[in-house]
Design a protein around this ligand. Sequence first.
Ligand SMILES: Nc1ncnc2c1ncn2[C@@H]1O[C@H](COP(=O)(O)OP(=O)(O)OP(=O)(O)O)[C@@H](O)[C@H]1O
Ligand SMILES: [Mg+2]
Length: 389
Amino acid sequence: MNCFSFSLLFWKRGSSSAAQSTEAIDISSIQNVNLYTYEELLTATEGFSPANKIGEGGFGSVYKGRLRNGSLAAIKVLSSESRQGVNEFLTEIKVITNIEHENLVKLYGCCVEGNHRILVYGYLENNSLAQTLIGRSSIHFNWHTRQNICIGVARGLAFLHDEVQPHIIHRDIKASNILLDKDLQPKISDFGLAKLIAPNLTHISTLVAGTFGYVAPEYAIRNQVTRKSDVYSFGVLLLEVISGRCNTNRRLPAEERYLIIRAWDLFERGELESLVDVSLGRNFNIEEARRFCKIGLLCIQDNLQLRPSMSTVHDMLIGKTDVNEEKMTKPDLIFQFVEAKDQGKQKSRAEVEDTSLLPGSAKQDDSSSSETASSFATMTFTSIYDRSN
Ligand SMILES: Nc1ncnc2c1ncn2[C@@H]1O[C@H](COP(=O)(O)OP(=O)(O)OP(=O)(O)O)[C@@H](O)[C@H]1O
Ligand SMILES: [Mg+2]
């Protein structure tokens, strides 16, 4: 492992790609970035052995490994389709490397030999929320732990949104990207990764089974990414943490299948506490549970301008700011999507001309326009959803 802290240019050696082997690396752009050799990572993972593989995501495979200095690492081998140039890659790595926060997974460094693009992260002992809280595990998440997880994730996201300059939008907040350390403290993983993928490639996993439910409507429909799309995803995650279930579960009765719909229905009936994971029995504070659920609902409003910022979300979670439910709006698009799906409606895209009439746009209050918008939204959600069938 080499840690560069001086400025010079050198030529990359030992590449399997002729084009990349002659690409000059501007060392000045990667001060403080730890560069691992491929050989060291090969040794750390025992030749990237399947026995050491701990997961696979949209970016590639993840291996557990022990580094030369003795520390455990999660070694993420980015898929070979990521043909991003070395300098561009390292520039993004530098941004991530310099970000440190108790609720963010630490990036130790990377390997950029030849076509290899490998990220080396600190290893988190208790895996992800997807595998523990929502999946099957022996860990019991009591109410306090769940609160702590929600607050920690909110704190980490608020940090990325407000304190990192320029700010970072995560784009892929979901249960599998929330890792837990030995004390069940949450750490957000994969922040900054969206920029590591070549612009012509979509990060596929956002659109595959189970994960579509985290994507804000304006992101799904117009590919509009803002900090508020992270807020939406956080809202979904929060409801999952409280309820201990995944946002979509087609094995459940129709009225319970979609977490957001279930949460809104319970809110309207004044029974939000029924959303809380039954495994907690009565061991939770009803008022706090209701408050947390309402914060989740504020985050998942269709109109992104109505969603609170992550720092406000954090302050509401810790009770520093009041939760104003007076103006909370129904997440209508998901209701329309499910209704259309149930009725087997398939509207052609040609029917819809004006795609600017979407939640958050100036013309949103025009009823005929919003009908058009929702048709398009329904169609788009449907097309995304259908990939998960
Ligand atoms: N730092 C880490 N420590 C421990 N386990 C990790 C770490 N990073 C990733 N993992 C494990 O590897 C799995 C796969 O991670 P990866 O980020 O590649 O995929 P994902 O989160 O499921 O999807 P996506 O590619 O959209 O992020 C995770 O779910 C987790 O179980
Ligand atoms: Mg991930």
